[in-house]
Design a protein around this ligand. Structure first.
Ligand SMILES: NC(=O)c1ccc[n+]([C@@H]2O[C@H](COP(=O)([O-])OP(=O)(O)OC[C@H]3O[C@@H](n4cnc5c(N)ncnc54)[C@H](OP(=O)(O)O)[C@@H]3O)[C@@H](O)[C@H]2O)c1
Length: 209
């Protein structure tokens, strides 16, 4: 699968390396593909990874992973608004308010993105655990859950498959209207890890009986 990753940082860089190792083609969508930082990430990703401007990366991909700060969302959306027919995996968390994109009570980053990118099938995923855990989502014998939601069932199946390939079990949280819950889950993760002093080596798991 061709996976475009917009934002090659903590989240995007890690996901790119993991999926490349599973045989996917990775194209990082960045502001300047030629910087030493991006060249290093490409070299570390191996397996035929490349980088391109954001729009080109989106156009060339089946799945576009959005992993930029929430503050950058307007700039990214402006560049890809004409692209259509792709799955967009939204990893963002609107921790810092973005004055250009105010979120009303009960709304979510993912729903706002879906409204402004009608050509994309948006799935919220990979936002509710610290990026450092992505490289190893196994805790003892337990696999962390990847919670995801979205309105298109087929897109969710594809994202669930990508999550399983890197070690997650997956939980379908329903339609995109539930994305706010996943964004709140990220706030809970941050509170536990950093304010309550538990540390970042944690992830959520749904227990079944
Ligand atoms: N860190 C976590 O543990 C974690 C976990 C789950 C979800 N998230 C969410 O995932 C998103 C990414 O977090 P992160 O920690 O990976 O951030 P990060 O390490 O700061 O990386 C962000 C990336 O986005 C790029 N970027 C910034 N503005 C851009 C623009 N206008 N166009 C294209 N690329 C742009 C940055 O490029 P430059 O290097 O050129 O600035 C950088 O590569 C955030 O929304 C965050 O809330 C983070």
């Amino acid at each position: 699968m061709n996976i475009g990753i917009i934002g090659a940082g903590n989240v995007g860089g890690r996901l790119g390396k993991l999926w490349a190792a599973k045989g996917h083609s990775i194209i990082y969508g960045v502001r300047n593909p030629l910087t030493p930082k991006i060249q290093t990430i490409i070299a570390e990703t191996e397996h035929n990874a490349t980088a391109a401007l954001v729009k080109v990366a989106a156009e060339k991909s089946d799945v576009v992973v959005l992993a930029t700060p929430w503050e950058a969302i307007g700039e990214v959306v402006f560049q890809i608004v004409d692209v259509a027919g792709k799955i967009l995996v939204d990893c963002t968390n609107p921790i810092e308010p973005n004055p250009e994109w105010p979120l009303s009570q009960g709304s979510s980053a993912a729903e706002e993105i879906a409204k402004r990118l009608p050509g994309f099938k948006v799935v919220k995923a990979f936002n509710s655990l610290g990026a450092g855990n992505l490289s190893d989502v196994t805790f003892g014998t337990v696999h962390a859950d990847a919670f995801m939601c979205g309105d298109d069932a087929d897109s969710k199946k594809i994202v669930a498959q990508l999550a399983k390939e890197i070690g997650f079990e997956t939980i379908d949280v329903g339609g995109l209207r539930n994305a706010e819950m996943l964004e709140s889950l990220a706030k809970l993760w941050i509170t536990l890890a950093y304010q309550q002093g538990i540390g970042p080596n944690i992830a959520f798991k749904l227990l079944h009986r």
